[in-house]
Design a protein around this ligand. Structure first.
Ligand SMILES: Cc1cc2nc3c(=O)[nH]c(=O)nc-3n(C[C@H](O)[C@H](O)[C@H](O)COP(=O)(O)OP(=O)(O)OC[C@H]3O[C@@H](n4cnc5c(N)ncnc54)[C@H](O)[C@@H]3O)c2cc1C
Length: 382
């Protein structure tokens, strides 16, 4: 049974505790799904999560608008990740993909949100390019005004849900200024002429991912989110909300690894006694539990701070993401070690956690980038 004591921390309200319990019960019944065809699995997960109402917190409720509740996003990601990494991915992308619309969309543009919140449309966030990942302001893709339209030309890569998404939020250079100030954000439906899937990308933990090609893909000027030149600010605001949720997913993976290890140590006999009696094993378990609790404190501090109305949580979110993802990697590695040969068996739960966690230290700002962000915040505040 996973540790639930953190839900009594003052960061949470009763509704968060209820959510954690109800979602856990739902996961026990519905997860994991069959992953052999990741596209089909993701579609199924989005449809199921939407059908049963779990996608509602991912985007603005147009009938009852209010800020996204980051604690709800984090508890949901943590819980789903503990049960099935792909379910967490399916949930998270509905939020990241539509974040620009929730935060900056017009009421007409926000009609998409009713669909994504119901699991009837799949969304994607298309920022990275082959030559601009960490260095977002170096992006090359262009959006050129043509009468009442924009023409998008260039490439995006590493796009989660690429190939299965119904809508892409695409960032492109509109040239109001050099660098970060000359980027704008657009809604691009998947069927837009000139948009194609150039390559499907396979990774150590399979998820739908693609490189997208845009060849004079035409969208109306009404597809522009915010004003021309707002794109970088929009992307950073979206990441400010969702970055701590990456930490929450890592926390879910780490909690599962810890639970599996505790259970293994109790059941496995070594040298005539339960493995749990070995003090070195106890030392590992203690280190894992410490990392899990410390990560949870940082993740839920960031989420609570945002929910309490902080305009930006750059420092808190960077610390949460960096610590939770890096430490989860270590916790999971220890879990693999404690499982011996079983730990490296294909499709054993700790083997799949070992593959799942790795990309979280790279996307939405690599660990080194988070350190730069934290140092700037700390030194800037001194
Ligand atoms: C599984 C997965 C899913 C993804 N999903 C999406 C998505 O949905 N949408 C999207 O737009 N992008 C997505 N990405 C792209 C992701 O955001 C980029 O991979 C990431 O920003 C790193 O960019 P890069 O791969 O170009 O590496 P680079 O920018 O070349 O960086 C490589 C390494 O250099 C180091 N580094 C970089 N900058 C600094 C610095 N300032 N100081 C010190 N060291 C530094 C870091 O160690 C970094 O890992 C995804 C990536 C992966 C792997």
């Amino acid at each position: 049974m996973p540790d639930r004591s953190f839900l009594n921390w003052p960061f949470f309200e009763e509704r968060h505790r209820q959510l954690a319990d109800q979602l856990d019960a739902w996961c026990a019944k519905n997860l994991p799904v069959d992953h052999h065809d990741v596209d089909a699995a993701c579609r199924e997960l989005v449809a199921k999560l939407g059908r049963d109402g779990w996608l509602k917190p991912t985007a603005l409720d147009t009938d009852n608008p209010g800020p996204l509740d980051v604690r709800t996003l984090c508890i949901t990601r943590e819980t789903l990740a503990r049960h099935d990494g792909l379910a967490d991915f399916a949930f998270a992308m509905q939020g990241l993909g539509t974040g620009a619309l929730s935060l900056f969309g017009t009421p007409e543009q926000q009609h998409w949100l009713d669909q994504t919140r119901a699991g009837k449309a799949i969304s994607a966030f298309a920022l990275s390019e082959p030559r601009s990942g960490s260095d977002v302001a170096n992006m090359e893709m262009t959006a050129t005004r043509d009468g009442d339209d924009y023409l998008l030309t260039g490439e995006k890569t590493w796009i989660s849900n690429g190939g299965i998404a119904d809508l892409y939020i695409v960032f492109a250079r509109t040239g109001e200024a050099p660098g970060a100030k000359g980027i704008s954000a657009f809604i691009v439906p998947a069927e837009t002429e000139g948009l194609s899937i150039a390559e499907r990308l396979e990774t150590i933990a399979p998820h739908p991912l693609a490189r997208l090609a845009f060849d004079n893909a035409r969208v109306p000027a009404s597809a522009l989110i915010g004003k021309p030149g707002d794109g970088f600010r929009i992307a950073m605001s979206v990441l400010d909300v969702f970055r701590s949720t990456v930490g929450a997913a890592a926390l879910g993976f780490a909690r599962r690894a810890l639970d599996e290890s505790v259970s293994r140590a109790a059941k496995r006999e070594l040298f005539g006694a339960p493995m749990a009696d070995l003090q070195m094993v106890q030392g590992h378990i203690a280190d894992m539990a410490l990392d899990v609790d410390a990560a949870a404190l940082l993740v839920y501090r960031a989420a609570w701070t945002k929910d309490m109305g902080a305009p930006r949580v750059t420092r808190e979110a960077a610390m949460a993401k960096l610590f939770a993802t890096d430490r989860a990697q270590e916790v999971i590695d220890t879990a693999v070690q404690l499982h011996g040969g079983d730990g490296v068996r294909k499709d054993h739960i700790v083997e799949s956690l070992y593959r799942e966690i790795r990309a979280l230290r790279i996307y939405e700002g690599a660990s080194d980038v988070q350190k730069v962000v934290i140092a700037r915040q700390v030194m800037g505040a001194a």
